[in-house]
Unconditional design. Structure first.
Length: 95
């Protein structure tokens, strides 16, 4: 059951990555793919009774939360500086 949840999260993230043209939408899609993989790792660890993989999954989820907070801070800063969130408008981020 939980491996299906991981697969659904990964699929939704992949769809979000491919269909969104917005900076935050692409970033959320990336995070969904990452968290879907982490949930899948934890669910496989539960099925095989490997405690090491549970700890790895916990650290992977914590790393995803850190990436999420830093990524949103960067996205907010880019929006503040460029007043744009569309990826086509952000192609030239050079000064």
């Amino acid at each position: 059951m939980t491996s299906a949840i991981g697969a659904i999260l990964g699929g939704l993230g992949l769809a979000c990555l491919l269909l969104r043209r917005n900076l935050l939408g692409v970033y959320v899609g990336f995070q969904l793919v990452y968290l879907g993989g982490s949930v899948y790792v934890v669910s496989m660890a539960r099925l095989t009774d490997q405690v090491d993989m549970d700890v790895f999954g916990l650290f992977a989820i914590l790393a995803a939360l850190l990436q999420l907070s830093v990524g949103f801070a960067v996205a907010i800063r880019v929006f503040y500086l460029k007043k744009a969130t569309q990826l086509d408008q952000l192609r030239g981020l050079k000064h």
